[in-house]
Design a protein around this ligand. Sequence first.
Ligand code: GUN
Length: 299
Amino acid sequence: MARIVDGRERAARVRMLVAERVARLRARTGVTPTLAVVLVGDDPASRVYVRTKTRMAAEVGIEGRLLELPADVAEAELRARIEALSEDEAVHGILVQLPLPAHIDPERVLFAIDPAKDVDGFHPLNVGRLWTARDPVSDDLLVPCTPRGCLTLIEDVLGREGIRGRRALVLGRSAIVGKPMAALLLARDATVTVAHSRTRDLAERCREAEILVVAVGRPRFVPGDWIREGAVVIDVGINRIEGPEGRPRLVGDVDFAAARARAMAITPVPGGVGPMTVAMLLHNTWIAARRQLEGDGAP
Ligand code: GUN
């Protein structure tokens, strides 16, 4: 029976470390690190995420500023607002909550963020750094929050050295999770495969994986018999389904109960990867603020 990896407890420890670092940075510079969160439209899930992010920021001493724009905002207007935040010296981190409404091109919007303030790590400059850095998990780079959180959990289970040479399968190839996750595991010397909706023999590929990260956004997509005995399973999915008596319930992309019987360690949903994402966002905001306030001025 797998050990359950407690993301809530781990995220609380990350936030405690961030709070100490933020306090020291403020003591040295007199400046409060500030995170601007941009929310377009009124998607209920996005609204919950954004509120969690600004509340958690306040708890670690980061000032959160919420910029809310209507769903029908013109792309040019959104970009102008982001450019203004990029130029505002009092703002150190900028996050644009995704998904954006269909009439807005997310790539053009993300380009408008100053790469030095890109706490999501989605700007092409930061994506390039992630793939080329010798150690992308240093305290200098802005790496996407969810995969960074996943890597921390995997390292807790296996140790940094324990990842070396292992067969890792990343299921899902999004720019937010799958691709950066592959880069991080590769940087830790895992043997990485990225699988997706067009992959043949998906069950077989999963059964080979000693480390399995699943980010497909489909409830219980991975059944228990796809799990290798003794695997480390990281479930990034957060899916709302109808539970007993019609009550909404959150489940992951993996059939948790069945997978738990075979895995060595597994993250629950909720309480696994989710809290880590927010903690890493705060950590990235500290990195961005420190670099802007005390760094060499490079983005
Ligand atoms: N929507 C879902 N995940 C994310 C994330 O990590 N960052 C942003 N900005 N939006 C998201």
